[in-house]
Design a protein around this ligand. Structure first.
Ligand code: GTP
Ligand code: MG
Length: 205
């Protein structure tokens, strides 16, 4: 069995506007996706801490950009979910401009993990986010979430569907299957994050 990767993390700050983003030179790895897709749960699964990032059954729980510093020389960033219908239209637009500002323009951002619920077809907002990242020339990984909820055959089909969808993207790094319940994909994802951070550091020199 591959050796376990340890990672510790600590909350740095929450930001509701770009002026509040932390001043730091560490590369950042962000989690983005529809509300309730499992962004905060995935961060908790990676760091093996059940309450590092706030998880809830109520969509729209994470309403600010939360930064966590890790002992692997990068920051993990938990973004507010998109597509949550119950917040006001203005609030929704505010989130989306904050998210867009962050994922398209944050210099420290090394890679964005786009989380997609493995139980459903990718939704129009997921496709729009993938397109923004691709056109914006920003590196991304697709993470299928809640894979524990699917039968093996259905998961293989979903992964193949999503791989086909993004196969022509220049900025795609990989597509991984994950579950915050079972830890599926943890080792692979942490390994990939470590490699990307090394690449990002080399690019900076
Ligand atoms: P927002 O902050 O509202 O955008 O949501 P989020 O994307 O951070 O989702 P969150 O991690 O809060 O999880 C939402 C719900 O999905 C919670 O009830 C979690 O317990 C559940 N959940 C998250 N990941 C998994 C998973 O891998 N498997 C299963 N079965 N449930 C999950
Ligand atoms: Mg959240």
């Amino acid at each position: 069995m591959a050796q376990d990767i340890h990672i510790n993390a600590e909350f740095v700050k929450g930001a509701t506007k770009p002026e509040h983003f932390p001043v730091s030179t560490l590369p950042e790895i962000a989690m983005i996706g529809r509300s309730n897709v499992g962004k905060s749960s995935l961060i908790n699964m990676l760091v093996r801490h059940s309450r590092m990032a706030r998880v809830s059954n109520t969509p729209g729980k994470t309403q600010e950009i939360n930064f966590f510093v890790t002992d692997l020389e990068f920051m993990l960033v938990d973004l507010p979910g998109y597509g949550y219908a119950r917040v006001s239209k203005t609030q929704r637009e505010q989130f989306s401009s904050l998210i867009r500002q962050y994922v398209l323009h944050r210099p420290q951002l090394a890679v964005t993990c786009v989380l997609i619920d493995a139980r459903h077809d990718p939704q129009p907002l997921d496709l729009a986010m993938l397109e923004e990242l691709e056109l914006g020339g920003r590196r991304f990984v697709v993470l299928l979430t809640k894979c524990d909820k699917l039968k093996p055959g259905a998961l293989v089909e979903r992964e193949a569907q999503v791989r086909t969808l993004v196969q022509s993207c220049n900025n795609l790094v990989d597509v991984l299957c994950t579950s915050s319940e079972t830890g599926l994909g943890r080792h692979q994802l942490l390994g990939l994050m470590k490699r990307i951070v090394t690449i990002a550091a080399a690019e900076k020199v």
